[in-house]
Write a protein that binds this ligand. Structure first.
Ligand code: MG
Length: 340
């Protein structure tokens, strides 16, 4: 089979700021796997926290040799080979995984969630993300997000209480908070979480850095709001290590190498009693439609990365009044808007 790829610059509606930094353009790499006249779409949205960029994605994809693979259904062996090409490179690996799954669904003429035996629920509600900003911009974003019933608020800076007070003056919606490792002292994190509990926050994602698991476990013993691992939970092997510090994990295809490992992580999380969120990076409708195929299996959905962009080159999963509407099409269900 033939692998090809190209860079695409996603433009953002608002500059997107989290505890680690800010962007107005996010480059991604679009991948195609072609075999027997069928094209599977994939995408890599590289994660700078893990040292990835469009350049590292391109270098990795150039090093992968798929010409001799003539049965795309042999996912386990093909993806094991892809994983062995180099350490890390999770987003690049996810692009291949997504494209292979899309190819299989198209070959069988069936959406992936149906292939996996999952029924679509009409109330698969995604949160909508509000990045860190000045209070007046936060207020504007919250008003623009009126149709979304659940908001995910990025915190982890000096202005956290101000941001929450600004939002609470506008809406009583359920809020999920993502600190993106931004709180550095356990006592400070505990104080903020105690305050956020009183503000009716539904969950807290990654309160402290991933390498401070013992501190997060100390917090976990002292709060009742669920703590969800994101930066601490990259791959399958991380799942059993998280039970002391967290109540759940945020699985992202770009972090975990793709759909196949994401499915294994969901089952591992269930086995050790962890809740599951499906999340995303800033991605096109390829990555988001792929992740949405797993939505019937999870407790929390955070699939809004394409909604934050202005030039998505694909169509796929839609969000209507905050609820995911999965595409009917085979595979991941994403269709290119470009005429080629
Ligand atoms: Mg997060």
């Amino acid at each position: 089979m033939r692998l090809s790829f190209s860079q695409y610059d996603l433009r953002l509606k608002h500059a997107f700021t989290i505890a680690r930094g800010s962007d107005s353009v996010r480059p991604v790499v679009l991948v195609r796997i072609e075999h027997e006249g069928i094209i599977g779409f994939g995408e890599a949205a590289p994660i700078s926290r893990y040292g990835e960029s469009v350049e590292t994605v391109a270098r990795f994809l150039e090093a992968v040799y798929l010409e001799k693979v003539d049965d795309p259904f042999e996912l386990e062996s093909t993806l094991s080979y892809v994983d062995s090409v180099a350490e890390g490179n999770h987003a690049a690996k996810a692009a291949i995984d997504i494209a292979l799954h899309d190819w299989i669904g198209k070959k069988l003429q069936i959406p992936l969630h149906r292939l996996w035996g999952l029924a679509i629920d009409q109330t698969m509600t995604t949160s909508f993300t509000i990045g860190i900003d000045r209070p007046e911009i936060v207020a504007q974003k919250v008003r623009e997000a009126e149709e979304y019933p659940i908001l995910k608020i990025k915190l982890g800076g000096e202005d956290d209480e101000n941001i929450i007070r600004t939002i609470r003056a506008i809406t009583k919606k359920p809020l999920r908070v993502d600190a993106n490792e931004g709180w550095r002292k356990k006592e400070e994190a505990l104080d903020r979480i105690k305050w956020l509990e009183q503000e009716g926050v539904e969950l807290i994602e990654q309160p402290m850095p991933a390498n401070q698991g013992a501190e997060i476990a100390w917090i976990h013993d002292r709060v009742s709001v669920p703590l969800i691992a994101d930066e601490s939970a990259a791959r399958l092997r991380d799942v059993p290590t998280l039970v002391d510090a967290f109540d759940g994990i945020n699985i992202k295809l770009m972090k975990c190498t793709g759909l196949r490992e994401a499915m294994k992580m969901i089952h591992a999380a269930r086995a050790v009693g962890l809740k599951v969120m499906i999340g995303c990076m800033i991605e096109t409708s390829v990555g988001i439609s792929a992740a949405s195929q797993l939505a019937p299996l999870v407790d929390y959905i955070d699939l809004d990365g394409n909604l934050l962009t202005t030039n998505d080159p694909f169509e796929g999963v839609k969000v209507v009044h905050g609820n995911l509407v999965l595409p009917d099409g085979p595979g991941i269900g994403a269709i290119s808007k470009q005429t080629d």
